[in-house]
Design a protein around this ligand. Structure first.
Ligand code: ZN
Length: 314
């Protein structure tokens, strides 16, 4: 078995208005727009990446913002919540900030001993802030949120399933170990310091998820270039049908639809978001992989305007 997977690499969701999406993730949540590109499978749509200062693995939340996307339904067969890690003493700061920014947020709850603030993005995507004293210092983005309170990256995801058994078996093969349960929620944790928690919630009576704005498209885990072919084999050994290795420019990827319905990706930590832009200028202009560069004029003409002010493109 290849070396255990430390945690998430990125999470990709479907949004609608790209300007509103960028404003929420950069101004309200204080993440950095680290990459501005297009959906490589539909170049009429942006692919926007928000992360820490350097876009480190385990920090990037990415979106396909289809301007006229119909709302989806969050439900089984999906990642039904995405959780970000904040420092343990930042709960009051974030409760106040979300309220001041008019964010659709719930009162904090306690889960596995941690304070969790549930909230939704402008498309209704369920998000959480999980406060932990052991949150790593990390590489916080510069911006509207002081570094001491900044989002550090992912804590993890919740997967909503009608039957969790085979997804649990796959997670265990990936190096995640069951660490506890609360009601229907069973937690699996790996060894990384970001994106290390995957909660499985099995509820056969829950509504079936339906893709659309405000839903997660796929969940990507960190692998290395050396182990990626071995993970492909592990997926096949679990009866799944992984894709070939696909070059995504900033990482190489293998995708597999899991038995529970959630699309998993196995993305390499290298070369990363600085392969085609300087660290200082990440996300400022539209970047295209070289195989799309010849179509730049046509692609730019087909994209909605995304003029972000200084605060957003910082
Ligand atoms: Zn991905």
């Amino acid at each position: 078995m290849p070396e255990a997977i430390p945690g998430l690499h990125h999470v990709t969701a479907v949004g609608s208005d790209p300007v509103r999406n960028a404003a929420f993730y950069t101004e309200t949540l204080g993440l950095r727009l680290v990459k501005r590109s297009v959906n490589q499978d539909d170049v009429s749509v942006y692919h926007l990446f928000y992360g820490d200062h350097g876009g480190s693995p385990g920090t990037s939340m990415t979106f396909f913002p289809y301007p006229d996307a119909a709302p989806g339904q969050v439900g089984t067969g999906q990642a039904s919540a995405v959780a970000f890690l904040i420092p343990g003493d930042s709960v009051d700061y974030w409760v106040d900030r979300l309220a001041a920014e008019g964010v659709d947020a719930d009162d904090p709850v306690e889960r596995f001993g941690d304070v969790v603030i549930p909230f939704r993005d402008p498309d209704g995507l369920p998000l959480e802030l999980v406060a932990r004293a052991d949150a790593p210092a990390g590489d916080p983005p510069e911006g509207p949120v002081p570094a001491e309170h900044a989002v550090r990256g992912f804590f993890g995801v919740t997967l909503s399933l009608s039957d969790a058994e085979r997804t649990a078996t796959l997670l265990e093969a990936m190096g995640f170990e069951e660490s506890g349960s609360e009601g229907r929620r069973v937690r699996y944790e790996s060894h990384g310091d970001l994106g290390y928690a995957v909660d499985l919630v099995a509820d056969p009576s829950a509504p079936q998820g339906r893709p659309g704005a405000g839903t997660v498209h796929h969940v990507a885990f960190q692998v290395t270039e050396e182990t990626q072919p071995e993970w492909r084999q592990v997926l096949m050994d679990h009866g799944l049908r992984p894709t070939e290795i696909i070059d995504r420019k900033w990482f190489e990827s293998v995708y597999a639809r899991t038995t529970g319905g959630v699309l998993f990706e196995y993305a390499t930590t290298e070369p990363g978001y600085t392969v085609d832009e300087d660290l200082a200028n990440l996300g400022e202009r539209l970047v295209l992989p070289e195989w799309l560069e010849g179509r730049r004029d046509e692609i730019e003409a087909g994209l909605p305007a995304l003029e972000l002010d200084e605060a957003v493109s910082r």
